[in-house]
Design a protein around this ligand. Sequence first.
Ligand SMILES: Cc1ncc(COP(=O)(O)O)c(C=O)c1O
Length: 375
Amino acid sequence: MKAKIWLSSPHMGGTEQNYIKEAFDANWIAPLGPNVNGFEKDLENYLEQDKNVACLSSGTAAIHLALVQLGVVLNDEVICQTFTFCGSSNPIAYQGAIPVFVDSEPETWNMCPLHLEAAIKNRIANGITPKAIIIVHLYGMPSKIDELLEVASKYKIPVIEDAAEALGSTYKGRKCGTFGDFSILSFNGNKIITTSGGGAMVCNTEEDKNQTVFYATQARDIAPHYEHSKIGYNYRMSNISAGIGRGQMEVLDKHIGLRRDMNAFYVDLFKDIKGVEVQKQPGSEFYSNFWLSCILIHEDAPFTKAQFQEAMDAENIETRPLWKPMHLQPVFKNPLYFGNKLSESLFKNGLCLPSGSNLTQEERDRILKVVISIK
Ligand SMILES: Cc1ncc(COP(=O)(O)O)c(C=O)c1O
C-alpha cells in the first residue's frame, strides 16, 4: 500500500524544538511562560492592527469565551454561519443559548449579508435581538466582511469572527482575524500552522485580553487565597505548545505560498474537465490562504463525486466532503434557519482535496494520475 496522502498534515519548520528545549531548560512546563508571551507577540505583529492576543487551548474555547464575554446566557439567540465546522456553533449550546443558522452566498461560500439581515429582522419581529453573530472565513476564503459588518452595526449586534481556517488570508489587504469584536484562530493539527492543539482570541483592547485570560484561568479574583465571583474555565495554552507556535510563525508565509501553489496545481489539473469547478477568489479584495483546496463536481462532469472519491481512495489519497451544514446536523433539532439552502448543494457536490504545504512532487503526480485515469 502506498503511503497515505492527507488533506492537511502538520508541517514543521525546523526551529520548533529549540523553543521547546528552552522551555524544558527553564522548567517552564506550565500553561504560561515565555513561549506563550512570545507567541502572542508574534501573532500581534503578524496581524498588524495593534491587536491584543490571548493564546488558548483551542479555537472552540476561544469562541466559547467570546460568547461568555458578550454576555450570552441561557435562551439567548446567537446567529451563526450554517456552513461551518461544529467548533463554530457548539459553544452556543455550551451557554444554553439558541443558534440561528444563516446560509451562504455563492461567491465566497460564507455568510450571505442579505440572509443575515433577513434573519435579524425576523428575530427582532419576534421580540428577540440576537446577542452575537458568528462569521466564518471557511477554507481560508475571506467572507464579504464589509457588507456583513455593515448589517451587524446597523442592528448594533457584536461580531465574533471565526478565522480558525484563515490565518494569513486578507480582505482588502487587511488580515482575517482582525475584523471582529472578538476574533478567533485555531492551531489544531490540521491547520495552516499548528501547536498540536491550540487557539487564540484576538482582542481589540488590552482590557479584553486581560478579561479573556481571567476567564481562561479559572476566573480567579485578586485575593491571597483562591476567591471566585465568576465561573471560569481552564482554557490557557501550554508553554510547550506555544513553543511549537513560535517556530511555526517563522514559516507561516512560506507555507501559505505553498498552499496557494497547491491550489494553482488543482486549477490547472481541472481546467479542461467540464463540470468540475475549483473554488476561487471572487475578486482582488479576497486573498485566501487556501488552507484547503475544494472542488464542486456538477452533474455534467465525466465522473460523479462518489466515483472520484473511490478512485482517490483506491490510491490511498484522502478526500473529504465539504462541511455538512449545521442546520442539517441531528444534534440541532429543528433549528432556526435563514437562507436558500446553498450550503446543502455545496455539501452534496463538494470535496476537499489534499492541500498541505508539505506535499511533494511525487504526491502531486499520484493525484494527477488518478484524475487522468478517471476523466
Ligand atoms: C471554522 C472552524 N471554527 C472553529 C474551529 C475550532 O478550532 P479548534 O479545533 O482549535 O477547537 C475549527 C477547527 O478546528 C474550524 O475549522
